[in-house]
Design a binder for this molecule. Structure first.
Ligand code: ASP
Ligand code: MG
Length: 408
């Protein structure tokens, strides 16, 4: 007999009808003889609604109280789902994060799971019950309610699957899997049958919002087979798993992109030890995350220093750099917040040379100017003017053979 953790996101439990539909789906699976633990999100829009209420009370809501408030969203869903299951004749019990003994650290609104005591969940399973756990929440050592950050129900599901040594953690959502790229940009995008944890992490961190990044990290660390699949359509979805040696890897698994980029350059910085630190130090102190970093070769003892940040941080970063520029005696600060990052991801490129040059050639043939480049073992990223995003994604999708085969 297999043990599955199912996770249903906000849209999957967004209405009473949908909760009943999900209950029916769970009941069918249980009738096949499997043990099932279910993790649910708040009904769609509920977490945002609660956040809105909190902000009407306090501009910066007290984090402890915010967690008490936000955790109620999931608490509603677990109770309703258990009622729907019972109405179908399926025995079920609901648990809040605290009741399920999901112990976290004390970092309110972004807590990390430390430990799960699964004895109660196991007892229920042994009695033939479906166990329904509220996602996105836990309890700290003081007994205070904590939440795990937006999208945190994915992490609850993976953590429970790891603690219970489940056969698979199934993330049911409103898409039917992980795609080679965003189908809204490239309609020929294909669903992947499988992808590695490493690749999924890169795709997720580049803005493919199917799964919370922390959930993917967790699954990779504890080797929890993770499957993304549709709540409403049958289909195999996408399995996220370890790289298998004998598998013939595609060179490129997907093309991810990020529209929220901006870049800044400090021009004519005197080139001596410590400049990178004196430029990026104040940026880090302002809690601004830096992504790509490029320092040019020095000419006449000065150099240019360029990096990218999230577009929301652009104005702040520019202001900080004006000060840094004066202090360092650099020439000037320039920037651009109309850029995007496009990345090709694939574990297959690890063993193949020439992927990057093939990428650059394909972009050049379309007249697309590359503004910055960075590479890692399984990724090549380029920064482009935002007007080229769609063209670049489609060009690379075709060049690397990711398009749906004709007639498929
Ligand atoms: N309800 C929470 C959110 O909207 C957690 C989740 O759905 O995963 O972020
Ligand atoms: Mg989600």
């Amino acid at each position: 007999m297999a043990l599955y953790v199912h996770k249903y996101g906000g849209t999957s439990v967004g209405t009473v009808e949908r909760i009943k539909y999900v209950a029916d789906k769970i009941n069918q699976a249980r009738k096949q003889g499997d043990d099932i633990v279910v993790v649910v999100s708040a009904m769609s829009g509920e977490t945002d609604r609660l956040l809105g209420l909190a902000r009407e009370m306090q501009r910066q809501p007290n984090p402890r109280e915010l967690d008490v408030l936000l955790s109620t969203g999931e608490q509603v869903t677990i109770a309703l789902l258990c009622m729907a299951l019972e109405a179908e004749g399926c025995p079920a019990s609901s648990y809040t994060g605290a009741q399920a003994r999901i112990l976290t650290d004390a970092a309110h609104t972004k807590a990390r799971i430390l430990d799960i005591d699964t004895s109660r969940v196991r007892r229920d399973l042994e009695q033939g019950k479906v166990v329904v756990v509220a996602g996105f929440q836990g309890v700290n050592e003081e007994g205070d309610i904590t939440t795990l950050g937006r999208g945190g129900s994915d992490t609850t599901a993976v953590a429970l699957a790891a603690a219970l040594k489940a056969d698979e953690c199934r993330i049911y959502t409103d898409v039917d899997g992980v795609y080679t790229t965003d189908p809204r940009v490239e309609p020929k995008a294909r669903r992947l049958d499988r992808i590695t944890f490493e690749e999924m992490l890169e795709m997720a961190s580049l803005g493919s919002k199917v799964l919370q990044i922390r959930a993917v990290e967790f699954a990779g660390k504890y080797n929890v087979p993770l499957r993304v699949l549709s709540t409403f359509d049958d289909g195999p979805g996408t399995l996220i798993t370890y790289e298998e040696e004998e598998m013939e890897q595609a060179l490129i698994s997907g093309i991810a992109f990020n529209r929220d980029e901006a870049k800044l350059t400090v021009e004519g910085v005197p080139d001596h030890p410590g400049i990178a630190a004196s430029i990026l130090g104040p940026i880090a102190d302002a809690n601004i995350e830096v992504d790509m970093i490029v320092q040019n070769v020095a000419e006449n003892d000065t150099t240019d220093f360029t990096f990218t940040v999230h577009r929301n941080d652009y104005a702040r970063a520019l202001e900080i750099l004006q000060g840094v520029c004066r202090d360092l005696g650099a020439n000037q600060v320039t920037g651009d917040d109309h850029i995007v990052k496009v990345s090709m991801v694939g574990v297959g490129m690890r063993s193949h040379a020439g992927i990057a040059s093939k990428m650059f050639r394909a972009l050049a043939e379309e007249g697309i100017n590359i503004r910055m480049i960075s590479t890692s073992e399984i990724k090549v990223s380029v920064v482009l003017d935002e007007k080229y995003l769609e063209l670049a994604v489609r060009t690379l999708h075709e060049t690397f053979g990711l398009d749906t085969p004709p007639g498929a």
